[in-house]
Design a protein around this ligand. Sequence first.
Ligand SMILES: [Zn+2]
Length: 87
Amino acid sequence: MRLIDADELDEWLSKTIRTARGVGINPLAAMVLQEHVREMPAVEPKRGKWIREVGKYYQVRRCDQCGHVTVEQVRNYCPRCGAKMEE
Ligand SMILES: [Zn+2]
């Protein structure tokens, strides 16, 4: 899950609805999407930690909230559950 700024999306949809004519975006579809976005529940962002796991032949980091494993560069959030990672 990726947390986004719903207010910014709502603003973008409003602008798209006003200006979409002729640019290939269906204003009605944008209005329906905007209604759904406005009805979505807000969630409190989780906080988590990357737990470093080192084996004989590997090194990974695991999200302590959902168990997502990554070998990529450490991010400040978990791409699966959206937990904001502590330093
Ligand atoms: Zn996670």
